[in-house]
Design a protein around this ligand. Structure first.
Ligand SMILES: Cc1cc2nc3c(=O)[nH]c(=O)nc-3n(C[C@H](O)[C@H](O)[C@H](O)COP(=O)(O)OP(=O)(O)OC[C@H]3O[C@@H](n4cnc5c(N)ncnc54)[C@H](O)[C@@H]3O)c2cc1C
Ligand code: SF4
Ligand code: SF4
Length: 399
């Protein structure tokens, strides 16, 4: 059965009519497929405007309605109620915004009218596919999933948990904290970054409403508004979190050192390591790619020296499913790869460094204990700083 669509063009006083030729628009709409009637009127949201639509629904048997006027935020509920009163399912109504997205953004009447035609045509095409819906009340799960345990995820988790809701905080690295863990002092107050961040990290770990899943990522997210299931993969640390006391013996005795990612490879870490001493949770992880046991089948020194029998080379990947009603993505940022801009020599010249590497050099517990030095250990005689590398540069970062 073909639809019978009514299209109603609102002048919104002169808000729309000043720049859009509403009569021409209604005439145009009247020839669109399945359109039975198209009218224009000064204030479609007024009583006479709504009655006009309701009468047409009753008298002409309209099966769908399009109103081209202001933003749906403003009057979509008004028109849905109006069509429902005339017996039409309110979801068979479609709104087209020819005010905020058309008449208000240009003074060119010809262009505005053409654009309004496009918007109305799109709405008419779309309304054919609208389906009648029934409003239902469903229970909303109040649990919240937060992906990313940087300062954003941490702050969100604490505030939500303090309001009494259960939070699942998922962090892909072995510790929470994100980039802020690497800074010495932070703008604008020049407070010690760790003094602000680490107490919050500890609060996250201790909060009764927060379940912290580090070294984990979300592999599936299914369900519907207010009722989702998140599937989370926990990667093996090869250290039992329940038994480990964070004593650090294993790290001390591990014979293998490799460049530390946390220190931007300016310092070293062991094959079993915590990214930094204040990590949360304060439990090391074995780096399978380098560990002598996983690569050569020898060693197990960490196991021998762990008095708490926490090392578990048999640990496997685990999956858990958690019910949540909403999710916050707080996955932060990645640094721009400065090697892409060849003329700056990053990656080629030894003493060209990024801002984050500079942060590690200035950090009291960084690889140089806060001394700014060249790769040969000497202090620099002069320094040049290039701001915003890669940002605002359409050659490398168009989007
Ligand atoms: C050199 C430098 C200096 C700065 N100095 C200052 C300053 O002085 N003052 C200031 O206010 N700001 C400063 N900033 C900005 C500040 O670092 C950021 O605004 C802040 O760290 C953003 O925090 P975040 O939690 O949003 O992101 P991030 O710190 O990037 O944290 C995101 C977290 O999400 C995790 N993650 C990412 N993807 C996933 C995934 N798929 N699953 C699970 N976890 C995931 C990451 O591992 C990380 O832990 C500086 C930035 C830089 C680079
Ligand atoms: S794994 Fe064992 S040795 Fe290593 S920090 Fe934990 S308790 Fe200490
Ligand atoms: S088994 Fe691996 S992690 Fe453990 S001490 Fe040896 S190299 Fe280090």
């Amino acid at each position: 059965m073909s639809e019978k669509i009514g299209v109603y063009i609102c002048h919104c006083g002169l808000n729309i009519a000043k720049t859009v030729d509403c009569k021409a628009l209604a005439e145009y709409a009247s020839h669109l497929p399945n359109v039975t009637v198209a009218r224009d009127y000064q204030f479609m949201c007024s009583n006479p405007g709504q009655e006009m639509i309701q009468n047409d629904i009753r008298e002409m048997g309209l099966t769908r309605v399009v109103v081209a006027s202001c933003s749906p935020l403003m009057h979509e509920p008004t028109f849905r109620r109006a069509v429902a009163k005339a017996g039409l399912n309110p979801y068979l109504f479609q709104m087209a915004n020819i005010r905020e997205q058309c008449s208000w953004i240009t003074q060119n009447r010809v262009l505005a009218t053409e654009r309004a035609k496009d918007i109305v045509r799109a709405a008419v095409m779309r309304v054919n596919f609208n389906e009648p819906l029934e409003v239902q009340k469903v229970e909303v799960n109040s649990n919240v999933l937060i992906v990313g345990g940087g300062i954003t995820g941490i702050e969100a988790a604490l505030q939500i948990a303090d309001s009494g809701k259960k939070v699942y905080l998922v962090e892909k690295e072995p510790t929470i904290g994100g980039y802020m863990t690497r800074f010495d002092k932070t703008f604008p107050t020049l407070d010690c970054a760790a003094c602000i961040l680490t107490p919050k990290m500890v609060s996250v770990e201790q909060h009764e409403n927060i379940e912290l899943l580090t070294y984990s990522d979300v592999t599936d997210f299914s369900g519907y508004v207010g009722k989702f299931t998140a599937k989370i993969r926990k990667r093996p640390r090869y250290v039992d979190e329940d038994k480990c006391t964070g004593c650090g013996q294993c790290e001390e005795k591990c014979p293998l050192s490799v460049p530390s990612e946390f220190d931007c490879k300016l310092g070293k870490r062991k094959a079993i390591y915590r990214p930094f001493p204040q990590a949360v949770p304060n439990v090391p992880v074995i780096d399978r790619e380098h560990c002598l046991y996983f690569t050569k089948g020898v060693c197990r020194v960490c196991e021998k020296f762990c008095a708490h029998h926490a090392i578990d080379f048999e640990q496997k990947e685990e999956y858990v499913e958690v019910p949540v009603g909403s999710a916050i993505l707080a996955t932060g940022f990645d640094l721009f790869d400065a090697t892409r801009i060849k003329e700056y020599g990053y990656g080629r010249l030894p003493n060209v460094i990024t801002s984050i590497e500079f942060e590690r050099l200035t950090h009291a517990s960084g690889p140089t204990t806060g001394k700014i030095q060249l790769k040969n250990g000497k202090p620099p005689e002069s320094v040049a700083i290039i701001h915003c590398v890669g940002s605002r540069d359409k050659n490398y970062n168009e989007h």
